[in-house]
Write a protein that binds this ligand. Structure first.
Ligand code: SAH
Length: 377
């Protein structure tokens, strides 16, 4: 029988296992403390368990994390890991330190099907979903690395803003967030775990009442005409339906919850004062903030970042109209770790990477190929 990965299991799963096998439920607590608090991944070392129980665990389970293939540290302290997923494909994980936070940006899929025109991940194609253990394992690896290299630092925030669309790997992503939130896991409060989505509306609706984590939505344009070009998924779930789902999510949360709208500013594409005013009108009555991300270039993108003054003007128009807006400082760009620059190598099943290299326009995924079947009921 294949052994299951302990990192795939939530606390409830582990309690169920121990109880069903004639053990006390506190064994689940002990097991999780060893893994997530003490970062000890060897059953042999679990000194508060009997030898017989350790043998049983080793027969039924393994503790498997993606292997670190290389580590790059930026001048600004950002760290990027290239890791090997269990399929052999490569994924990237990034740690972004600032004064008060250590934000870990994790990947949820091998590549991405969405193919947003300005994102490097989409250009490499897609080879499937990551498992809970591969998602949680990225955080375990980052925590182990910090323990060794920066012992004073701890992961304080986790964002699903690496490779992939977390809401197209929905059940898995939700399970991983439970482990990130759990006191016996990473113990992060709900505002410190953020799912970022290009707008998978049915999944956002399903999150209402099921979770309280923070939601970030990659908007990038105030109208369907511009957004259809940048985010092909918009043709399936246009802005009106996306914002309706966002409102629904907000109304399922406490009054302090807000939604973050991400807006990659691209020169001559979505950075005009007219679009800024349109965006302000769209979001005026929304409990939200806007994160402006100056476009991060990658080879062959064909896009450019706007000038500083153009970025400032866009932000000012939003603020003058009462929409909270920040410009995200670019981090880790010297090691290609900035937003939209993550491109581990995956065995592309979509042939998109090949067409992109040949210079064909691979931009639009037929919307019917976008899987939504991972959605629960
Ligand atoms: N699929 C999810 C999460 C991954 S992308 C989503 O779309 O939200 C994380 C953020 O980086 C998104 O807001 C994305 O639109 C943005 N991004 C992607 N490529 C970028 C680029 N080249 N420059 C700046 N931001 C980019």
């Amino acid at each position: 029988m294949a052994r299951e990965n302990v990192l795939d299991q939530t606390r409830e799963n582990l309690v169920d296992y121990f109880v069903a096998h004639g053990h006390k439920s506190f064994r689940a607590t002990q097991l999780m403390q060893w893994i997530y608090h003490k970062l000890q991944l060897k059953f042999d070392a679990y000194s508060n368990m009997s030898a017989a129980l350790r043998v049983e665990l080793a027969e039924r389970f393994e503790i498997r994390v993606p292997e670190i293939l290389s580590v790059h540290e930026s001048r600004d302290g950002t760290v990027k890991w290239l890791m090997q997923a269990f399929s052999g494909d490569h994924i990237e994980t990034v740690l972004i330190p600032d004064r008060h936070r250590q934000t870990l940006c994790i990947s949820s899929q091998l590549g991405c099907v969405l193919d947003c025109t300005f994102c490097a991940t989409g250009k490499q194609g897609f080879n499937g979903n990551l498992s809970v253990g591969e998602i949680v394992g990225q955080a375990v690896q980052a925590a182990l690395w910090l323990q060794e290299h920066r012992p004073d630092d701890r992961i304080s925030n986790i964002v699903f803003m690496g490779m992939g669309e977390p809401l197209l790997n929905y059940d898995t992503a939700m399970k991983a967030t439970q482990i990130f939130r759990d006191d016996l896991g990473f113990g992060l409060s709900r505002r410190r775990v953020t799912i970022s989505t290009a707008g998978v509306v049915p999944a956002i609706l399903d999150m209402c009442g099921r979770t309280t984590i923070a939601l970030a939505v990659s908007l990038h344009a105030p109208n369907d005409e511009v957004r259809n070009e940048l985010v092909p998924l918009n043709r399936k779930y246009p802005i009106a339906s996306l914002l309706a789902a966002c409102r629904e999510y907000l109304s399922s949360q406490d009054v302090k919850a807000i939604i973050t709208f991400e807006y990659a500013l691209i020169r001559g594409v979505n950075d005009s004062p007219t679009l800024a005013r349109e965006l302000a009108r769209l979001l005026r009555d929304f409990r939200c903030k806007v994160n402006l991300i100056p476009f991060n270039p990658f080879p062959g993108s064909g896009y450019r970042r706007p000038s500083e003054s153009r970025i400032r003007a866009f932000q000012q128009i939003l603020m003058d109209r009462g929409v909270m807006a920040m410009t995200r400082t670019t981090r880790g760009d010297d090691i290609d770790a900035a937003c939209g620059q993550l491109v581990g190598r995956v065995a592309d099943r979509t042939k998109r990477a090949e067409r992109y290299r040949r210079g064909e326009n691979p931009i639009f995924v037929p919307v019917e190929t976008i899987p939504t079947t991972s959605l629960a009921g």
